[in-house]
Design a protein around this ligand. Structure first.
Ligand code: 13P
Length: 248
């Protein structure tokens, strides 16, 4: 059995004090959660949010990590720096980073290996654009990301994949339950083939893209979908809690 994991990606929202307020409101709403609950917050919010989640089931995640252990990389944050603050998860390769900040499959792979080496759980994002989906290229794009982003990983039970079709992010246009289930099933099948013998069966795959309090039940009922990576709806405690409590 794969334990469901619901993670909020706050993106560049909430100052430290706003973030602390948000999780304080969230805490009582998710205290009976059966799934893993994660908030991936802006790096500068980490100390305040860490304090605010104390004594709850909410776990702490970051939104990026550098691949070097340390050194002359102005503006970057290493896996050990995150780890020391009690961060347990880190989003890697989000499509916004790929589109706006020069993230490539090669750097996604390097960051993933660095996160694993430090004992963090990477949440690696993959997915196709609208043109790619409409051009019938979805599987080809995913095959390519699968081949390049995960090289050198020995134990896939330690990573989470977020399948985020770019056309569904922040657009209100969600993949249908069947589309999400089918594509995630494809990713799992392909990964099992490419990374045979490396615990792929235990790896969780989330869906991300306009997941909300209304559509979460249908998506989470799909057998291949092990959780969600939530953007907009994670900024509202009641909405995020409704997703976390999808099984109620
Ligand atoms: P939205 O839920 O706002 O569509 O964002 C999804 C996402 O990008 C999560 O990483």
């Amino acid at each position: 059995m794969r334990k469901p994991i619901i993670a909020g990606n706050w993106k560049m929202n909430n100052t430290a004090s706003e973030g602390a307020e948000l999780v304080k409101a969230l805490k009582p709403l998710v205290k009976e959660a059966k799934c893993e609950v994660v908030v991936c917050v802006p790096a500068i919010d980490i100390p305040a949010v860490k304090k605010a989640i104390h004594g709850s089931k909410i776990r702490l995640g970051a939104q990026n990590v550098h691949f070097a252990e340390k050194g002359a990389y102005t503006g970057e944050i290493s896996a050990n720096m995150l780890k020391e603050y009690g961060v347990q998860y880190v989003i890697i390769g989000h499509s916004e980073r790929r589109a706006y900040f020069g993230e490539t499959d090669e750097t996604v792979n390097k960051r993933t290996l660095a996160a694993l080496a430090a004992g963090l759980t990477p949440i690696v994002c993959i997915g196709e654009s609208l043109e790619e989906r409409e051009g019938g290229l979805t599987e080809k794009v995913l095959d390519n990301q699968i081949a390049l982003d995960f090289q050198g990983i020995e134990d896939f039970s330690k990573i989470v994949i977020a399948y985020e079709p770019i056309w569904a992010i922040g657009t209100g246009r969600t993949a249908t339950d069947e589309q999400a289930n089918e594509t995630i099933g494809y990713i799992r099948k392909r990964m099992k083939k490419v990374y045979a013998g490396k615990n792929v069966g235990k790896m969780r795959i989330q869906y991300g893209g306009s997941m909300n309090a209304k559509n979460c039940k249908g998506l989470m009922a799909q057998p291949e979908i092990d959780g969600g990576l939530i953007g907009g709806a994670s900024l509202k405690p009641a909405d995020f809690a409704a997703i976390v409590n999808f099984d109620k």
